[in-house]
Design a protein around this ligand. Structure first.
Ligand code: NAD
Ligand code: WQD
Length: 334
């Protein structure tokens, strides 16, 4: 298959590019570098030992989108491109709706007009809102509390409507839990701009001495050690799930949502201690107030991914922290 990755220069997209190429498919990376930079392409080429096809562009640009899809004779699209910071989405809802909703609609129009009807969409466990039960399966009620989450849920619904309107479409919405870690080579990983919002890149920068201490957002949750529990998944496992999803799309039609998680929850303190083991030194932390909007616990039921995609996460928490540290050590931080 020839697979276009929108947002393919980003954290999850770059790891997915590696796994797709290594599974024998062709990849075209499409990105506007709004949250990534061109150096990732050179690092991908070092991992893969061959050139990577790249097209610069914005998913909101219909004629560019159409031109690239046509030029490369694309069979399927994995759609990562979008904005992803929950807090920022509250401050800048219009930017989020424009990028994530208008951008997706523009991509879908270009695909439809060229008869390309296979899509894997980067959705999120955020669509489950506050868990009513755990583990979260795909039938859990959906609800969202911020514009970012709303864009994910709305795109899922748009895609479902599209599949009802035209049974030739094949759409898999992958609901990611908490992707962390990095490629084993240490060449690609997560390197957010500015102060990280997410736990792992923050812990990595504290371990590297760039930030003084991790702020642990609350230790009075109803969890074994009082800190928040999440389903952290190695980004390479997540990336492999996309290969299985693309292959699934080529022989199934219609819309489906599938969780990508491990099924195991770890606390903030579990993460800090695993990271200390990985980097061989203490990671200072202090307990601070809860972060508004956080839930106590959240982990996946990954059964559907196993049944439909034959996919199961392989890496453990220690691997995730070791690979993150391996990347962090090599990683120049702004
Ligand atoms: P990322 O920011 O590293 O990657 C997104 C990429 O999309 C970037 O390279 C960015 O430059 C590009 N991009 C953004 N807007 C674009 C546009 N209009 N046109 C072209 N390119 C554009 O983020 P990521 O962590 O790799 O996430 C990828 C996808 O997965 C996103 O849709 C995100 O919402 C979703 N997701 C991420 C997480 C997570 O924790 N990282 C969890 C659940 C879902
Ligand atoms: C994990 C745990 C925090 C930072 C977010 C999005 C979600 C998805 C993944 C895109 C929580 C605690 C964090 C820190 C801390 N993204 N924490 N100190 O909130 O589970 O999910 O990213 O779709 O939509 O909401 O991830 O990494 O921010 O937090 O104590 O400095 O770490 O309270 O318990 P979260 P996270």
């Amino acid at each position: 298959m020839r697979i276009l990755l929108t947002g393919g220069a980003g954290f999850i997209g770059s790891h997915t590019a590696v796994e797709i190429v290594q599974s024998g498919h062709d990849v075209v990376i499409f990105d506007n570098f709004s949250n990534s930079d061109a150096s990732v392409l050179e690092r991908l080429e070092r991992i893969l030992g061959r050139p990577v096809t790249f097209e610069e562009g914005d998913i909101r640009d219909y004629s560019r989108m159409r031109e690239v899809l046509q030029k490369h004779n694309i069979d399927a699209v994995v759609h990562f491109a979008g904005l992803k910071a929950v807090g920022e989405s509250v401050e800048k809802p219009l930017e989020y709706y424009d990028n994530n909703i208008t951008g997706t609609l523009t991509l879908l129009r270009a695909m439809r007009d060229l008869g390309i009807k296979r899509l894997i969409f980067s959705s999120s466990a955020t669509v489950y809102g506050t868990p009513q039960y755990l583990p979260l399966d795909e039938n859990h009620p959906l609800s969202v509390t911020n514009p970012y989450g709303r864009t994910k849920l709305q795109v899922e619904e748009i895609l479902s409507d599209l599949c009802v309107s035209d049974p030739e479409w094949s759409v898999v919405c992958l609901r990611y839990f908490n992707p962390i870690g990095a490629h084993e080579s240490g060449l690609i990983g997560e390197n957010p701009r500015g102060i990280p919002n997410n736990l792992l890149p923050y812990v990595a920068r504290v371990a590297a001495g760039i930030l003084p201490a991790v702020q642990v957002f609350g230790n009075d949750y109803d969890t074994p050690d009082g800190t928040g529990v999440r389903d952290y998944i190695h980004v390479v496992d997540l990336a492999k799930g996309h290969v299985n999803a693309a292959e699934y799309c080529s022989c199934h039609k219609g819309w489906i949502a599938i969780n990508l998680g491990t099924g195991v929850g770890y606390s903030v303190l579990d993460i800090i201690h695993a990271y200390e083991k990985a980097c061989g030194k203490p990671v200072p932390y202090k307990i601070v107030a809860r972060r508004p909007g956080d839930v106590a616990s959240n982990w996946a039921n990954p059964q559907r991914a196993l049944e439909l995609l034959g996919w199961k996460a392989q890496y453990n928490l220690q691997d995730m922290c070791e690979h993150s540290w391996n990347f962090q050590k090599n990683c120049p931080v702004e």
